[in-house]
Design a binder for this molecule. Structure first.
Ligand SMILES: Cc1cc2nc3c(=O)[nH]c(=O)nc-3n(C[C@H](O)[C@H](O)[C@H](O)COP(=O)(O)OP(=O)(O)OC[C@H]3O[C@@H](n4cnc5c(N)ncnc54)[C@H](O)[C@@H]3O)c2cc1C
Length: 387
């Protein structure tokens, strides 16, 4: 086993670590209060190449492998989660449909704008009646002459309010649905019939918006089916491939946030004095710190291994990715709970970041596939292996 992290990945992660410390962390509470990332900070993120981490170099991105992207996400997740979410859709769910299954022409047309951050991309699968059961989507696309007409409503779409382009999943054959009847489209915000609906009010992740997207006789050119005519009806498979990759990077966000919570907790435990001594001297506190560190260590190893496996074999690593998402996101929730406990009343106060992390990490067990859905994916694969 070779655990060496490539030099270019280490350097990129180090650059991002400094950027987080110098530029993002000092404004993290302000962004929380104002629910908005300042445009000049977004511009700095563009200059660092953060919008194109995963996009191949030939289309203007940095072309990092999954491991490289995970290392960057780990660093970015040590501050307000909205910063990672701002670049997350461009690197992940918003671009990967095109990267994985797009035609050469689609890649040339869209990826450079997404990689540079000139455009924001989003992923529109979920609907009010179709969450975990994504195959139950109702949004309909019908071919009329040389264009498709899309009608339907998506909700909970990350960056939906600011996106310039969306990967939209719609039913093209109601009989076949997930088995050849769902198609993925590239839909630009300026296409007629594309509307942004309500911006949803969330428990956390302030600074990042989640919105409804409404399609009313939305006109989409024929050539905007991801992958072209041959991929009509194959959109569900595209969605699953995109989500597979995202599960690994979500694991990295969990590990980064957990590490930050541990760092804050150790420092606090060493300086907070009760009964005449730092609380770090109490075994009850030490045990929580030890459990946090151990769980982070385990999560990080499985994350790096699965990312390395995917980078070196090119295989989808579906089971491992689901395990990573499940374990790492559940781990960070346990760690956040212990962090609140170690901080006592301070952990519950808004002046301090612990409370924000506690709310923000809760989402990780829900989006891009809930913990229950990850367990289903793992179990299905496992049972197949024993056939
Ligand atoms: C802040 C936020 C951002 C999001 N961003 C996006 C985005 O950018 N694009 C997008 O398309 N979607 C997005 N989503 C949607 C997200 O992926 C869904 O919320 C998630 O998949 C769960 O769907 P649901 O909310 O409808 O819950 P449901 O599917 O209704 O689930 C409710 C509960 O039932 C459980 N459950 C459901 N089915 C089963 C089963 N078969 N076995 C056991 N338990 C089950 C679930 O695990 C959960 O506990 C976002 C959601 C949030 C909250």
């Amino acid at each position: 086993m070779d655990f060496t992290i490539p030099e270019n990945y280490r350097m990129m992660a180090e650059t991002v670590r400094k950027f987080v410390e110098r530029e993002l962390e000092p404004i993290s509470q302000k962004v929380e209060e104002e629910d908005k990332i300042p445009e000049e900070v977004v511009q700095k993120m563009r200059e660092l190449g953060l919008f194109g981490l995963s996009i191949p170099e030939e289309y203007g991105g940095l072309g990092l492998g999954v491991l490289g992207e995970c290392l960057v996400y780990e660093e970015l997740s040590k501050t307000n989660a909205c910063f990672r979410t701002r670049i997350g859709t461009n690197n992940g769910i918003g671009s990967q449909g095109i990267v994985i299954d797009g035609t050469e022409e689609q890649k040339r047309k869209y990826l450079p704008k997404i990689a540079s951050g000139e455009w924001t991309a989003c992923f529109a699968l979920t609907e009010p009646e179709a969450g975990s059961d994504a195959a139950a989507i109702r949004t309909r696309a019908e071919l009329k002459g040389d264009h498709w007409v899309i009608n339907g409503r998506k909700h909970f779409i990350t960056n939906g309010d600011i996106a310039d382009v969306a990967t939209v999943f719609a039913v093209t054959d109601p009989e076949k649905r997930a088995r050849g009847g769902i198609t993925a489209f590239i839909v630009e915000r300026t296409f007629p019939g594309y509307h942004v609906g309500t911006i949803e009010k969330k428990m956390g992740l302030r600074g990042s918006h989640t919105a409804e997207l409404i399609f009313e006789d939305c006109i989409v050119p024929k050539e905007n089916v991801i992958g072209g005519d041959a991929m009509i009806g194959q959109g569900f498979k595209t969605a699953m491939k995109v989500l597979d990759r995202g599960r690994l990077t979500m694991g990295a966000c969990a590990v980064g946030a957990a590490q930050k919570l541990l760092d804050l907790s150790v420092r606090y435990a060493k300086q907070r004095v009760q009964f005449g001594r730092p609380i770090a001297e109490f075994q009850a506190i030490q045990f929580m710190l030890a459990d946090m560190a151990t769980q982070i260590y385990a999560a990080r190893q499985m994350l790096y291994h699965a990312a390395w496996l995917r980078d070196t074999t090119g295989a989808p690593v579906t089971k491992e990715a689901a395990m990573v998402k499940l374990f790492c996101t559940e781990m960070v929730n346990r760690v956040a709970d212990m962090a609140v406990q170690i901080h006592g009343g301070m952990g519950y106060m808004k002046d301090y970041p612990i409370e924000r992390f506690y709310r923000d990490v809760r989402l990780m067990r829900i989006y891009e596939g809930t913990s229950e859905i990850q367990r289903l994916v793992i179990a299905r694969q496992l049972l197949r292996e024993y056939e």
